[in-house]
Design a binder for this molecule. Structure first.
Ligand code: PLP
Length: 798
């Protein structure tokens, strides 16, 4: 399936918006013709000043702010700073005059980060020492007004927002005002109105709001222009001193092109007959269509936006079983630009807004925000809906959503090893495509549904569900899987063994250390053998996958993959300070492992803390001095010395630094000898000099299924697809036969350059030196000047 994607559908209007063409024209005119400095007294200056003051009048009219001050700023963040600073300078004065006792700086728990960060910053800089306290919200994101009433009496500022940027939730400012003023008539009240303007009515003069912040770029004006409203009797302390512009409230020559563009946008808002911005009814109908398409395409979608109390332009949702990064990557491939609530990488982070609303962790970690602009058209929304439905179909094709009949012997079923991850935890699925036999190793509950879908959709026959040890940081879902997949599970998998080893095996193999081990067959010439590997825990096992020789021996070089739990991690060795651990056993187990597997056999860990996917003994010996000392064949480190060093290492594992239980101290930085980057402007030149390269797209198949103009992104040919979940499988033959691949280059590409850099780094770390990646990925194409895409994958909602 190749789906044509020619134009982007931009559904991230809460992050920023495209400048209205008429506004851009006005900005251009203000740069080319009306370029004067509003402070100059000659005619050019007077003309510029006219733009400034007429726009100020327009702002007053749109905001219902006949009185008070309207100050142009660089954006909402600056407007918030000035408001917070002004209020806190007053708090500082009160402190200096001898006011003691606990004082509070209150803010809504779902405020944009600009607000709590400004409070913390100025509280610290001004040395006030107040407590910065969040006002809790309910499951719809509505402020706890009782809490506000109770605490406002001792507050020096109260900050709330009109509309939330992540969920679109509308706050009832009248209700907030009543609760606040019943408790404290004087306290300065700052309202962040960034996402409200144009979407809900505002009439600031009818309120007791002291400071209100606005931003032009959220409403089709350019970046770099914002507005601060200051109530009539509210004190303002300038943050910038200088030429005295903005009546001394904000020195610095005004951004006149921005002001001129803002005027055009506000005129469109003011004029009810102007068709530029869609009316409420039209926006409501757009929302309904998108919500329907999401529900149809992704049946496990749950909406986080309280639709009865939200602007129609924001739809926040989570898809059960998917991280926000996965959905964001999929939508990006489908040509739909949305925003994700959590960043990429192994650490699972969620949306602090949804966390504050008390929504379950999976909804916070999986949050996606669709936000469309007021200028959206029927055809854009129709295309967005079509693409959402195509995205759903791509997930069905990849067996990630299973609906209706399961597919029998899918032609796309994978052969070999698949790595699924949840945070740092890994589950491995070994598949023999000929027989459809599969073995599941270290299944994680969070991935259970995905594993089940995979097995059913590919019509796999599960020979065993194994754990390498009883995990201390998470529960295995082994028994649950065996019971859910009862129709696809071999009798042998219904084992009484606590780690799932089948009761009836196919024979005994002689391992590299001379010991005998039980094995069962997976395919025509592949077996899984097990032997104990205690240390990190007493019950630790290693599962060796490989080919038996005629004499039933499993030679180290014939071991294709080793699953050794947390014995050997990428960048470290397993910790041994648990009650069931033994450092002495770990020492012996590591020495044993080195006899069981080849130096280049991929070792597949239970935890991957560094996005390293898998490792080898050779790679680890190179980067881990202690391991090299343990495995030294001539003079290994004596056990007593090792025990001493290990004690010190385990004591350094600081659990407070991470939310999860870390299973070993990890050295995260592997130094590259030379750069892995092919910069955007080097693409053509690089390919000219590297004719025989293998170009590999590491996105998941459902992303890869959307077609792409490869030439436009600077590639000579269409790439192969090796998703990161198959990277270890891809590596294995390269490592087993280094000579065969030594003269070929491996060039990885992905959406932003993030995943491709990981792939190239993994190859280099395990010894495949000729690996590179295309910096900036598909996002940057063959641009003449190297733009950086560093932030493209780390997309917290803004
Ligand atoms: N407040 C809210 C609710 C926002 O959505 C944003 C935008 O990111 C800001 C404040 C900051 O606005 P600006 O980019 O103009 O500084």
């Amino acid at each position: 399936m190749a789906i044509g994607i020619s134009t982007d559908i931009y559904l991230d209007a809460n992050a920023t918006t495209r400048v209205l063409p008429a506004a851009a024209d006005e900005a251009m005119a203000a740069m080319e013709e009306l370029f004067g400095n509003p402070s100059s007294s000659h005619i050019t200056g007077i003309r510029a000043r006219h733009i400034l003051e007429s726009t100020r009048s327009l702002v007053r009219s749109v905001l219902g702010a006949e009185s008070g001050q309207i100050i142009f700023t660089s954006g909402a963040t600056e407007a918030i700073q000035i408001g917070v600073f002004s209020a806190l300078v007053q708090a500082q004065e009160r402190r200096r005059q001898g006011l003691t006792g606990e004082r509070l700086l209150l803010y809504g728990a779902t405020e944009h980060k600009a607000v709590p960060q400004a409070l913390l910053h100025w509280n610290h800089i001004l040395g006030i020492g107040n407590q910065v306290l969040a006002i809790p919200v309910d499951s719809k994101g509505m402020l706890d007004l009782g809490f506000l009433r109770e605490h406002a009496e001792v507050a020096d500022i109260v900050c709330t927002m009109a509309v939330n940027n992540e969920t679109g939730a509308i706050h009832d400012l009248n209700a907030v005002e009543q609760a606040l003023r019943n408790s404290n008539e004087q306290v300065p009240w700052l309202v962040d109105c960034v996402q409200a303007i144009g979407k809900t009515p505002l009439c600031l003069c009818e309120t007791t709001v002291d400071y209100a912040a606005f931003s032009g770029h959220k409403l089709h004006a350019p970046k770099g222009i914002g507005v601060l409203y200051v109530g009539e009797n509210t004190r303002l302390t300038p943050l910038f001193a200088g030429g005295g512009q903005e009546s001394g409230a904000r020195s610095g020559t005004e951004n006149l092109p921005g002001v001129a563009a803002l005027a055009t946008v506000l005129q469109c808002l003011e004029d009810e007959t102007d068709p530029t911005f869609k009316d409420q009814q039209t926006l409501d109908s757009y929302r309904e269509r998108i919500v329907n398409s999401l529900t149809l395409a992704l049946p496990s979608t749950v909406f986080n936006t309280p639709f009865d109390k939200a602007v129609p332009t924001t739809i926040n949702f989570s898809v059960k079983g998917f991280s926000s990064k996965e959905i964001m990557d999929l939508f990006d491939a489908a040509g739909i630009r949305v925003s994700s609530g959590s960043a990429c990488g192994s650490a699972l982070r969620g949306s602090y807004v949804l966390d504050a609303m008390g929504l379950p962790r999976w909804r916070s970690e999986g949050a996606i925000r669709i936000s469309f602009g007021l200028t959206s058209t029927e055809s854009e929304i129709a295309t967005a809906c079509e693409r959402i439905e195509e995205a759903g179909n791509a997930l069905r094709e990849s067996c990630l959503i299973v609906s209706g009949e399961s597919r029998i012997h899918s032609p796309t079923a994978d052969d070999g090893l698949i790595q699924l991850k949840h945070g740092s935890m890994c589950t491995w699925i070994l598949v023999d495509v000929e027989t459809r036999n599969c073995v599941i190793i270290d299944p994680i509950e969070e991935l259970a549904e995905r594993i089940e879908n995979y097995v059913r959709c590919n019509d796999c026959h599960v020979l065993a569900v194994l754990d390498t040890h009883l995990h201390l940081d998470h529960d295995s879902c082994r028994s649950m899987l065996v019971s859910h997949l009862s129709d696809s599970v071999a009798c042998s998998a219904n084992s009484a063994d606590p780690l799932g080893w089948p009761e009836h095996c196919d024979g005994m193999a002689t391992l590299g250390d001379g010991s005998e081990a039980e094995f069962f067959r997976v395919g025509a010439d592949e077996v899984v053998a097990k032997t104990s590997l205690p240390g990190h825990t007493a019950d630790g096992q290693v599962y060796l996958v490989g080919r038996l020789s005629a004499d039933s021996s499993l030679c180290p070089d014939n071991v294709r993959f080793a699953f050794s739990g947390d014995t050997l991690l990428i960048g470290g060795i397993g910790r041994t300070d648990f009650p069931t651990s033994s450092a002495e056993s770990l020492y012996n187990s590591l020495r044993k492992l080195s006899k069981l597997v080849g130096k280049n056999t991929p070792i597949c860990p239970t935890h991957d803390y560094t996005n390293g996917f898998a490792t080898t003994l050779a790679a680890e010996r190179k980067s881990n001095r202690l391991l090299a000392q343990i495995l030294d064949s001539v003079a290994p480190i004596p056990l007593s010395d090792f025990l001493e060093v290990k004690n010190v290492i385990d004591a350094r594992i600081d659990e407070n630094e991470s939310e999860e239980l870390v299973c070993g101290l990890i050295k995260a930085n592997f130094e590259q000898e030379s750069s892995i980057d092919i910069a955007p402007d080097e693409r053509k030149e690089f390919f000219a000099g590297h004719g025989e390269s293998r170009i590999i797209d590491v996105r998941e198949p459902h992303e890869f299924s959307f077609s792409q103009d490869w030439f436009a992104v600077g590639l000579e040919k269409s790439p192969e697809n090796v998703p990161l979940s198959r990277l270890t499988n891809f590596l294995q033959p390269l490592l087993a036969n280094p000579a065969a691949s030594s003269d070929r280059d491996f060039i990885f590409i992905c959406r932003s350059g993030n995943r491709s850099s990981i792939a190239a780094e993994v190859l280099r770390r395990v010894g495949v030196k000729n690996a590179w990646h295309i910096a900036g990925g598909l996002a940057l194409g063959a641009r003449p000047n190297g733009m950086s895409a560093d932030s493209v994958d780390g997309d917290f909602m803004i």
